[in-house]
Design a protein around this ligand. Structure first.
Ligand SMILES: NC(=O)c1ccc[n+]([C@@H]2O[C@H](COP(=O)([O-])OP(=O)(O)OC[C@H]3O[C@@H](n4cnc5c(N)ncnc54)[C@H](O)[C@@H]3O)[C@@H](O)[C@H]2O)c1
Length: 306
């Protein structure tokens, strides 16, 4: 195709895709049927991992739940069973350990079968200023929040590609789009999670096959306990999110093949503004919205809550 025709084609398709998006603002998108799909959720022993397990269970799926917390895992499996899962399998798996991920993944393939929806959800936070954070915790944050995504994709993506069917769900964070004072290692891991999921998604698009979908989730603070103590200065623009609401939105995004889910909606605007406003204005608005102090009263999850 010559350059002129290519340009006309790109312009017409751009117009079409924009119109299509506008239509879907008012017309609900069709939800796909995931009955019988094998859904693996890492970090399913508490928080939104547990809630997502219950929501997927209600859609007649086979669930594979991973966590390092045995008690939490058992309770999540019980709740998912009660919510209607076809079957629930749970495995202790430390996602920060590559060999353990590969070993448990092989066990899953033997005992359950190919995973068709992979939800990388396990996450941890140091909650210290970078200069005060122990090296071991920084390494652990990277191992759980991003390296584990590499190993789970390596383990489960080949079968999805071979079947041209599957869905990769990355639970990242708004801290993977915008840097946060007091969350340097966490932000680094979440920026990496966004970049990794986005790039593998593009690798899949480039193959021309379109059966393996990607959803990248970037929420602000959620009331699961992970960020207990953190404050929001402007709850009308940046509210602390309800965990049930977040799990419901994630499920809807998966069922409608939505690629990016940012919560609350203001994150779409804030992330876009960050890249176009003068730096000084960005910092001013960040201070105005209280973004510089969100971690001041961080306590995080206490041992008792775990
Ligand atoms: N809570 C928030 O404010 C918030 C905001 C944005 C994004 N997120 C992300 O959402 C995800 C879920 O967070 P949550 O709020 O439900 O927290 P949570 O602490 O309730 O859940 C995290 C789960 O991961 C598990 N886990 C930790 N290390 C693990 C390991 N090495 N191997 C396997 N499992 C491990 C924990 O045992 C726990 O069950 C995380 O990735 C988090 O970064 C949370």
């Amino acid at each position: 195709m010559n350059f002129f025709l290519e340009t006309v084609r790109a312009m017409l398709l751009s117009l079409w895709f924009n119109l299509e998006s506008l239509v879907f603002l008012v017309v609900p998108r069709k939800r796909k049927n995931i009955s019988g799909e094998v859904v693996l959720i890492t970090g399913a022993g508490s928080g939104i991992g547990r809630l997502m397990a219950q929501q997927f269970a209600a859609l007649d799926t086979v669930l594979v739940l991973w966590d390092i917390n045995q008690e939490g895992l058992k309770e999540s499996a019980r709740l998912a069973g009660a919510a209607g899962a076809k079957r629930v399998h749970h495995f202790l798996c430390d996602c920060s350990d590559r060999n353990e991920v590969y070993r448990v993944a092989d066990q899953v393939k033997r005992e359950v079968g190919d995973v068709s929806i992979l939800v990388n959800n396990a996450g941890i936070v140091t909650g210290k200023k970078f200069i005060d954070a122990p090296d071991s915790l920084i390494e652990k944050t990277m191992e759980v929040n991003i390296m584990a995504h590499f190993w789970t994709y390596k383990a489960f993506l080949p079968a999805m590609i071979a079947n041209n069917h599957g869905h990769l769900v990355s639970i990242a964070s708004s801290a993977g789009l915008i840097g946060v004072n007091g969350l340097a290692d966490y932000c680094a891991s979440k920026f990496a999670a966004v970049g990794f999921a986005e790039s593998v998604g593009l690798e899949l698009v480039a193959t021309g096959k379109n059966g393996v979908k990607t959803t990248i989730v970037c929420p602000y603070f959620i009331n699961t306990g992970m960020f207990d103590g953190c404050q929001t200065k402007c709850p009308s623009i940046l509210p602390i999110l309800n965990a049930e609401y977040v799990a419901k939105k994630i499920l809807h995004a998966v069922l409608t093949d939505q690629v990016y889910l940012m919560l609350p909606k203001s994150i779409y605007l804030i992330a876009a503004l960050k890249n176009i406003l003068p730096m000084k204005q960005g910092i001013l608005l960040g201070q105005y919205l209280g973004a510089f102090n969100v971690m001041d009263d961080f306590r995080g999850r206490s041992k008792k809550q775990e």
